[in-house]
Design a protein around this ligand. Structure first.
Ligand code: NCD
Length: 313
């Protein structure tokens, strides 16, 4: 078993064993993140290129810190100041970065399938850091890690994903991973942002928030993706906030110890109220922290491999 030498393009088709391996190693990595000395030379002599063609705060920074904590060298490629603006193609840019000898490329791109294309063009491992509305595997892995840390397990939990499902790569990756680990997955949002045919993935679809939240163990609130949507998906922000925004009062239907997640960045007071995002049920800041451990695990297991990690080295 193991995922050495495999690009991480998405979680569709990922096995329970592969996901559990990443979560297990991430748990060990978290002891490093929490310790005084965060450097562990497991990727010493390796190099990782961060190629973000779309804005990012959390994902880009945490991939950078994850690689640095493992002692890899990190190349931060910035498209807006690169030869892409002189007309160099994506393929030629990837070949150029590859010629510099990087071992892995972490890639975010607005075009669905761009990481798959990259994996077909060049040899380094490709780690998908979000491609259009398709997948965002490390975000889903850190969501699962956070759920497991708080709840102790994932199987049998009712997880409700709320909001802009159709434009959300986080939703898709979460559905694949949560299903692989035996969660009961529910989706809720307005009809214009939630296709009924997603039910073929083995999830339950709702169009009413109250009904969806009954006995929920986890609520994962997604950002309204204004930049991907165009307009006209709902009449007004105020209406969306009233019908689908998660506020303290929405939690009445859920279990008493319901866990609230949001991948960030938040449209505060649109999809989530300030009372909830900084309230006692929220693990939103812990998700950010866990992102580093999960990305350390992914980089380590894809570049070095194995079915565990020895932290005594
Ligand atoms: C997500 C993304 O960029 O896909 N954010 C993230 O990576 N933390 C979700 C989002 O943008 O809504």
């Amino acid at each position: 078993m193991g995922i050495k030498g495999k690009s991480l393009l998405g979680l569709e088709g990922a096995t329970k064993e592969e996901i559990e391996l990443i979560l297990r190693v991430a748990k060990k990595m978290k002891t490093v993140v929490n310790s005084e000395n965060k450097k562990l030379p497991l990727l010493h002599g390796k190099s990782v290129a961060n190629m973000f063609f779309e804005p990012s705060t959390r994902t880009r920074s945490s991939f950078e810190l994850a690689a640095k904590y493992l002692d890899a060298d990190v190349l931060n490629f910035t498209p807006s100041t690169s030869s892409l603006v002189k007309g160099e193609s994506l393929r030629d840019t990837l070949l150029t970065v590859t010629a510099m000898g990087v071992d892995a490329i972490v890639m975010r791109h607005k075009q669905e399938g761009a990481p798959l294309f990259a994996s077909q063009c060049v040899d380094p491992l490709i780690i998908n850091a979000g491609d259009g509305a398709h997948e965002h595997p490390t975000q889903a892995l850190l969501d699962l890690f956070t759920i497991q840390e708080v709840k102790g397990h994932i199987d049998g939990l009712k997880v409700v994903i709320v909001g802009d499902i159709d434009h959300g790569r986080v939703a898709r990756s979460n559905i694949y991973a949560l299903k692989a680990l035996g969660a009961d997955v529910h989706l809720v949002g307005p009809r214009t942002l939630l296709q009924p045919d997603l039910a073929t993935l083995g999830v339950t679809i709702h169009y009413e928030l109250e009904e969806a939240l009954v006995d929920a163990d986890v609520i994962n609130v997604l950002r309204i993706q204004k930049e991907r949507q165009g307009s006209g998906f709902f009449p007004s922000d105020r209406e969306y906030a009233t019908l689908f925004g998660i506020h303290q009062t929405s939690l009445r239907q859920a279990k008493e110890d319901v866990l609230i997640l949001h991948p960030g960045p938040m449209n505060r007071d649109l999809e989530i109220g300030t009372d909830v995002c900084y309230g006692p049920h929220s693990a939103i800041q812990e998700q950010v922290k866990n992102g580093i451990s999960v990305r350390m695990a992914v980089l380590y297991l894809t570049i070095i491999g194995g079915d565990d990690v020895d932290l005594t080295r």
